[in-house]
Ligand binder design. Structure first.
Ligand code: C2E
Ligand code: CA
Ligand code: CA
Ligand code: CA
Length: 278
């Protein structure tokens, strides 16, 4: 038992201690992961629903810990956010993803967009706009080939600062997409006021295709709404031919998911002489 500072005694079970120790160990290692080159990116292709051509990539962060092995982003991103490390890590992701996209263009590939995930913490640091601007300048990537993904929950925060920042990023020429769309109850009036180019329909709805007619109805409405607002629609987590067929019938623009490609390393993409590209 120990004193929690409020004069109460707190009891820790052995398991609680164990998981606490693991978390502290992971947190400590994360501080050094960047300099130890343990972080790297995978790139998941995004495919046109009509032509089946690759029209973009999403950069997805990976951590290869020397002792713990590969750690999933769902485990370490929350730690990175809590410690503030997400700012330096996020900047590294932006820089690496933009540099990679530029390198592929320089190698003669058809230019496509690279999507990068942003954490809400990166909007709280007031220099996000400068960081993105600097990243484009350093890598020489044209702004239109960078897409920033923000979750629906960030987009719907009643924060003028976030909306302001999005408008500045948009003015710079980068695209904005709303990730995990449908998981929050968005106020449609707010969506109309944000400088958004694309929505990503969350995987949970895709999994309901041919299983739950309500999910199918929600997808239909989301695609219809997006088209009315002049937005592009991408579906994520597409794994089966049935899901693909439904989305094609509903006029979904783009597809991301294991049905076509898992997230791939740079080497896997380059290995086949870029046969993946159009
Ligand atoms: P997300 O942005 O929603 O990314 C989509 C996740 O779905 C990825 O998981 C991807 O590997 C997975 N996925 C793609 N297609 C399929 C499919 O067909 N079936 C299934 N079951 N899964 C599929 P991942 O790579 O583990 O990333 C998890 C989350 O971690 C991401 O969710 C994102 O929120 C966060 N994340 C990843 N990289 C970054 C980053 O650089 N910065 C920030 N802030 N967050 C990141
Ligand atoms: Ca995403
Ligand atoms: Ca998502
Ligand atoms: Ca998600």
């Amino acid at each position: 038992a120990k004193n929690n500072g409020k004069g109460q005694l707190v009891f820790c079970s052995e398991e609680m201690k164990q998981s606490l120790v693991e978390k502290m160990y992971m947190t400590n290692s994360l501080y050094r992961a960047l300099e130890k080159n343990e972080l790297f990116l995978h790139y998941q292709p995004q495919v046109s629903a009509n032509s089946q051509e690759i029209v973009g990539f999403e950069a997805l962060l990976r951590w290869n810990h020397q002792k713990l092995g590969t750690i999933a982003p769902s485990e370490f991103i929350p730690i990175a956010e809590k410690t503030g490390l997400i700012n330096s890590i996020g900047e590294w992701v932006l820089m690496t993803a933009c540099a990679q996209n530029k390198a592929w263009q320089d190698a003669g590939l058809e230019p496509v967009q690279m999507a990068v995930n942003l954490s809400v913490e990166q909007f709280r640091s007031d220099d996000l706009e400068a960081i993105v601007r600097n990243c484009l300048a350093e890598t020489g990537l044209e702004p239109r080939y960078l897409e920033l993904e923000i979750t629906e929950s960030i987009a719907m925060k009643e924060s003028g600062d976030i909306a302001n920042c999005l408008h500045k990023l948009k003015d710079m020429g980068v695209s904005i997409s709303i990730d995990d769309f449908g998981t929050e109850f968005s106020s449609l009036s707010r969506l109309k006021d944000l400088p958004v180019d694309r929505i990503k329909i969350d995987m949970q709805f895709i999994q309901g295709i041919a299983v739950n007619p309500k999910d199918e109805s929600i997808i239909e409405v989301m695609i219809h709404l997006a088209k009315k607002l002049g937005l592009k629609v991408i579906a994520e987590g597409v794994e089966t031919e049935i899901q693909l067929g439904f989305l094609q019938d509903e006029d979904c623009d783009e597809i991301q998911g294991y049905y076509y490609y898992k997230p791939l390393s740079k080497d896997e993409i380059e290995k086949n002489g870029f046969a993946l590209f159009k």
